[in-house]
Design a protein around this ligand. Structure first.
Ligand code: ASP
Length: 585
């Protein structure tokens, strides 16, 4: 070993020990005859001290020549510091070296490698290997590591078998675009990278594996955002001979285990809500339950009083912003501008201030008397000092807009505390979703999700109202997992494909292997997958999943460190039997 101790290890009890340390030079402070060098490794920081007279001149000169991020080895004695530093665990001691070896010099790094850095995101991504030397980043990946280990522990304890499924496959059913890989030995044919291992995990149930899981990379060619990457990691799971309740219990168990072992948090009860209620009361299928502000519908109270905007609206709906009654005119105007932005798209905002003397002041006083406004306030459960915010228009668009406003108010009023965790199962999702663009139904989850038995008869008459045995786990307004009880009957699966607009031949070409498998004794089964990167980000209190991925891609899907994607050599294309004829975009 090139060292006897790590840079985070030595304490006052080690005084007088002869030690060998190795690491990176974090900082050199040169006071002429006295030089301090902070030596860093993954475990911490230890101060080295070089003094005139304390050692040879050559040693002092060598210390003076060290630059940031040089890799060095120091052999010396542990001594007590005169000026102690209580901010670091090794702050009581320092090492006085009698030998210093430069194991490797380093160029001056492009940004400061400390918790507070001067490097912007682009630069840090280009030199991600340097960024990863920073404690704040490494700690995020250590959190990820911990969560992975605890996931495996829990799943193993519940008798799940970890099985790897292939990466070179064909199109999967998650509804995003596939990444494809050309096959050299099958000219003109392509593999697709898995959007998820969905079909394989179902096949493993047919194989009798009974309980499967995998911490697995998935690939989806979608537009990127802070919480999306083209390749991301799922905790993917499937169980046989279960009903929805069994799955909910098992995976509540997993999440609770992770919270208690990794964060020391007792998650408590996981709330449950139907999709229909989530949309009605929060305008969102992943409501943030860290705060209230449930929606109240006002159609019956607000229409027919001469205010044409409300009279013509399909829905008048609002919520009570508790304690925001003191908002100034300027603040309310700013909210109005905010909802009018094209990203939100509301036409306007109606407010009612619930004054402390029990009276009301609204932006629609011309049309509504105090009794009307009181009725609104009562419906919304408002108290003096609260502010009612109301939108109107087309029902589904208005709910979405109000949901955005609710989240903004939650943020502005400081109610979205990152240290508070509110988990929620959203249940009974619709099976199908109408797509205006293609003018046909799409599977809301994926085509293998089973319809609720009691809604099965509606499949032909009113497909849009059929509910699925599908569930999402939401924490603090972020969807962290989703799954369903599957169809395990070939006939039902065929009906489903028909509703999704697949011809029999298309269904056979894409998923024939699965339908055939269902004829060889498929057990009832269901499963779920968690977005592991997102889960890590929630645990770490961050909005960006990128921080939790060692080598992430940027918003254009590029890895700027290795410079990928990139063109390939003509010879490589030739081997693949591919001639490029790129369309002008
Ligand atoms: N494959 C699904 C997904 O990636 C999860 C599942 O249904 O188990 O969302």
């Amino acid at each position: 070993m090139l060292r006897t101790h790590t840079c985070g290890e030595l304490r006052i009890s080690d005084i007088n020990k002869e030690v060998v340390l190795a690491g990176w030079v974090q900082r050199v402070r040169n006071k002429g005859g006295l030089i301090w060098v902070d030596l860093r490794d993954r475990y911490g920081l230890t101060q080295l001290i070089f003094e005139e007279g304390g050692g040879s001149l050559a040693l002092l000169e060598k210390a003076a020549s060290l630059g940031r991020e040089f890799v060095v080895q120091a052999k010396g004695t542990v001594i007590e510091r005169t000026a102690k530093n209580d901010r670091i665990p090794t702050g009581d001691i320092e090492v006085r070296p009698h030998e210093l070896n430069v194991l490797n010099p380093a160029k001056v790094p492009p940004f400061i490698i400390e918790d507070e850095t001067d490097g912007g995101e682009d630069l840090r991504m280009k030199y991600r290997y340097l960024d990863l030397r920073r404690n704040v980043i490494r700690e995020k990946l250590q959190l990820r590591h911990r969560m992975m280990q605890e996931t495996r522990k829990y799943m193993d304890g519940e008798r799940f078998i970890e099985v790897e499924t292939p990466v070179l496959i064909k199109s999967t059913p998650e509804g995003a675009r596939d990444f494809v890989v050309p096959s050299r030995i099958n000219p003109g044919e392509f593999y697709a990278l898995p959007q998820s291992p969905q079909t394989f995990k179902q096949l493993l149930m047919v194989s009798g594996f009974d309980r499967y899981f995998q911490i697995v990379k998935c690939f989806r060619d979608e537009d990127l955002r802070a919480d999306r990457q083209p390749e991301f990691t799922q905790i993917d799971c499937e169980m046989a001979f279960v009903e929805q309740e069994d799955i909910l219990q098992t995976f509540e168990g997993l999440i609770k285990h992770l919270f208690s072992t990794v964060k020391g948090v007792d998650l408590g009860e996981v709330a449950r809500m139907s999709y229909a209620d989530a949309m009605k009361y929060y305008g969102n299928d992943k409501p943030d339950l860290r705060f209230g502000m449930r929606f109240s519908e006002l159609n019956d109270l607000a229409k027919g009083k001469g205010f044409s905007i409300f009279d013509q609206a399909e829905l008048v709906v609002g919520f009570c912003a508790t304690g925001a009654g003191e908002y100034t005119r300027k603040q309310v105007d700013a909210l109005t501008d905010w909802v009018r932005r094209p990203q939100i798209g509301a036409k306007g905002l109606v407010y009612v201030k619930c004054n402390s003397d029990g009276t009301f002041k609204s932006s629609v006083d011309k049309f509504y008397g105090q009794d009307d406004l009181k009725a609104w306030a009562d419906r919304m459960g408002a108290e003096p000092g609260d502010l009612l915010l109301i939108l109107s228009g087309d029902a589904s668009a208005t709910r979405k807009q109000l949901s955005e406003l609710r989240l903004k108010m939650g943020e502005d009023l400081g109610l979205r505390d990152r240290g508070v965790f509110k988990p929620l199962w959203v249940l009974d999702f619709p099976l199908l979703e109408w797509d205006e663009e293609t003018q046909r139904f799409h599977a809301m989850h994926h085509p293998f999700t089973s319809p609720k038995k009691e809604d099965f008869a509606l499949l032909d008459s009113d497909p849009g109202s059929v509910r699925a045995n599908a569930y999402d786990l939401v924490i603090n307004g972020v969807e962290i997992g989703g799954g369903s009880i599957r169809i395990h009957d070939r006939g039902v699966q065929q009906t489903m494909f028909r509703h999704l607009g697949f011809t029999e031949d298309e269904a056979k070409a894409q998923f024939g292997f699965l339908m055939e498998a269902f004829e060889y004794g498929a057990p009832p089964h269901g499963g779920i997958a968690f977005g592991f990167d997102r889960l890590c980000a929630i645990f770490g209190g961050s909005d960006s999943i990128r921080d939790y991925i060692a080598f992430p891609k940027n918003n254009s899907g590029r890895d700027v460190m290795i410079d990928s994607p990139s063109p390939i050599a003509a010879a490589q294309l030739e081997e693949l039997n591919i001639a490029l004829a790129l369309k002008k975009s």
